[in-house]
Design a protein around this ligand. Structure first.
Ligand SMILES: [Zn+2]
Length: 350
């Protein structure tokens, strides 16, 4: 488990046991929240005991129950545009739904539940996923380790070999390689996972065809009255690690292309990966310059009035495979465990 999740999990477990989050919620909940989702689908891993990207998914029943809980806690379901307006002008407490990457299950499993609850959502599309040119390195790594009994990758000029015979070994190998590679420059990460995929006979294009919407599907989905399209760059790279010109082109290029293909304004951006190592003050300024009305990170947090001055660095709360109980989610949405993670700071934008 990533350190971030461990800290937040420890925090909300403590709050949940004590019930303290209910007492402090009026102080810590803020004006609203932007929720992050990736995948919503029935869970059926092809290799039992090995589902390393499960962090990115929840099951349809849980999504349904989560939305009911969010509403019960007093959050209105609003579009991201309305969330921005209420953040600036005030208004009833709100929750905006966002889905990253354009997985097909957002349409097939999440949409009927969004319709049931009347909840609008923004889907952040990376153009490189739509035209099958961007690398799905985290999925290629999962699939390669599923097929291999051992893997050797070059990390910072040194060969690292991991065993991957049993599901437990595969899971440990994924965890080790994922975090070691994610800390490295994007080129090295792409080269290492690409080499493993090739060795294992894994096709990134086949994974994309199986899991991700294509342009026609995305355009039809974006035309749904509850769905707004947002931009998520072209190649889905960690922008802060690259040159400024590249980050600028990734942001502006995805906006222009999505608007041209969908025939509508695309005025929200989600930073790929979105943590501190992927998006910082330089990227926040670039998103503003690119003409986005707001941009979202994956830094965890509720939205407070102060965020009106930081519209291109908005935090989100990820509803993912790590928190699978409604009690955890209720505690999380009190805002208290998130403030603990942010060491008491309501705004974390450095
Ligand atoms: Zn993404």
């Amino acid at each position: 488990m990533a350190f971030k999740h461990k800290v937040i999990a420890a925090g909300f477990a403590a709050f949940r046991l004590s019930g303290l989050h209910r007492v402090v919620a009026p102080l810590t909940r803020g004006r609203g929240v932007i929720l992050t989702f990736h995948r919503v689908r029935p869970f059926s891993p092809p290799t039992p005991g090995y589902a390393p990207n499960r962090l990115l998914e929840i099951e349809p029943d849980f999504f349904d129950a989560a939305l009911a809980l969010v509403r019960w806690l007093g959050f209105d379901f609003v579009s991201l545009a309305e969330a921005r307006r209420r953040l600036i002008e005030g208004g009833p407490r709100f929750a905006a739904m966002t889905f990253d990457d354009g997985y097909r299950d957002t349409r097939d499993f999440a949409l009927p539940i969004l319709e049931k609850h009347g909840a609008p959502a923004t889907v952040f599309f990376a153009t490189g996923f739509l035209d099958r040119t961007a690398r799905l390195w985290w999925l290629e790594l999962e699939e390669a380790l599923r097929r291999l009994d051992a893997a050797t990758v070059a990390i910072d000029g040194r060969a690292l070999t991991v065993a991957a015979r049993t599901p437990a070994e595969k899971a440990a190998a994924f965890e080790r390689l994922y975090w070691a590679l994610r800390a490295r420059p994007e080129e090295e990460l792409i080269a290492a996972t690409g080499a493993l995929a090739e060795q294992a006979g894994v096709s990134g294009a086949a994974i994309a065809d199986a899991l991700f919407m294509d342009w026609d599907e995305a355009a039809a989905f974006a035309a749904h009255p509850l769905i707004a399209a947002g931009a998520h760059s072209r190649a889905h790279r960690m922008l802060a690690k690259g040159a400024e010109a590249e980050a600028r082109a990734e942001m502006a290029g995805s906006k222009t292309e999505l608007e041209g293909r969908f025939g509508c304004a695309v005025d929200a951006f989600a930073y790929p990966v979105g943590d501190k190592t992927s998006a910082g003050p330089r990227e926040f300024a670039l998103a503003r310059q690119a003409g986005f009305a707001c941009a979202v990170t994956t830094r965890p947090g509720m939205l407070y009035a102060e965020h009106a001055a930081h519209l291109w660095a908005l935090p989100r709360v990820s509803v993912n495979g790590m928190w699978r109980s409604l009690g955890d989610l209720e505690s999380l949405l009190s805002g208290a465990p998130l403030l603990l993670w942010n060491r008491g700071r309501r705004v974390n934008v450095e």
